[in-house]
Ligand binder design. Sequence first.
Ligand code: AMP
Length: 458
Amino acid sequence: MPFRKFGLSPEILRAVQAMNYVNPTPIQDQAIPHVLEGEDLLGSAQTGTGKTAAFALPILHRLGAEERAARGRKPIRSLVLTPTRELAMQIAESFAAYGRHTGLRHALVYGGVSQRPQEEALRKGVDILVATPGRLLDLMGQRLIDLSAVEIFVLDEADRMLDMGFILDIRRIIEKLPVRRQTLMFSATLPPDIVRLADTILRAPVRVAVAPESAPAEAVEHLLYYVEKPGKVDLLKHLLAGEGIRNALVFTRTRHGADRVERFLKRAEIRAEVIHGDKSQGARERALAAFKKGTVRVLVATDIAARGLDIVELSHVINFDLPNEPEAYVHRIGRTGRAGLSGTAISFCSFEERPLLADIERLMQKHLTVVAEHPFASPARPGAPTPLGAERTQPRHRPYMIPVDATFLSPGRTGSVSAGGSSRLSRHAGEEARPTSGPGGRKSGHRDVLPPPRAFRR
Ligand code: AMP
């Protein structure tokens, strides 16, 4: 068994074998030996790459190897901090599965639910604590959690933590950790503020980086529908009426938008549920379980709620709204095309969203494939193809609805907005648009062979 080469304990190997893992994933291959050595690590890898086992297996090994004579309450020896409840639950499940024969105990704390059962679990003593920042700080404030014996600290999805405004919480938590400790930090992307944070909390870290197991550009088909805002719901219903979509995770930008889409789908008798931050934990868990089981065909979600969801065999991701940040597109589509299966990402793009589309295409180094023939096609003429390789023109943080900018209103192109009847023209056909099907036409956009997306280059 290839996992043997790491020198993990027989108890852990037995659990890995029971999970039917045959080979370590690239992040596991790269990270496990260093974590076992006690080194700090900065890993750029996202959920879906086997990242959890990359830190959980060596942590279990290290803590198991030095099992303390447990008299009285066990101190917390490892803390895993992660941004969302769903991720925390998945990580805790992994510790439960990989650590089932080790005798090590773990507990899970996250907000939005009563703290009583969490208190109970903590009182019994735990070796490993998986937590979201808010509830952790609450419990620390109540002196129910003491982090002074932590030996290994994991900061998971660090970029998401910062996006969600957790930076001060993280700093307050880190202040309470021993200075002498091992720190592992994972982040899907490494923007400058993450690198700065890494500089302050890691000591001479080993850096590892991997692409998701199925790089999105290869395993996922990227389709693009030009549709204006009022037509989006009808287009969604139209697509779901076909047989092709077995199950779909639909992304909206706002919670309100997610609720609205769910209402419309239910009215059309399409089995749909919604998850976002306003939903109770119980409602989110039920919705997710129903979706995984297949009793619900469509799960409508916001980016934060859906981050890291592990849904095997998801046929479609639908971007009802394009994300503000192009990196979020990569995260979204990372939900489909997993474990060697193929998947489809469908993106709806309204006129106002075209600059966001350009950002996505530049990041992916790829043009999404335009589906021009559909009943709700935008009357606005498709824009010129995004020049790939060019730097982003928009500032990083900007409002969602962007004023139509020079990209689409350059001289000679101003008429394109109102030009009706052009919905069957390919945006990639240049100024002299030509039909996308029929004689001399093209069904869709480019399918160029291009380098991997920037985010995944080592
Ligand atoms: P993660 O990136 O940690 O969220 O893991 C994604 C999925 O990959 C989970 O369902 C894991 O159970 C699975 N997984 C992790 N490591 C392996 C492996 N070596 N072989 C097969 N599946 C794995």
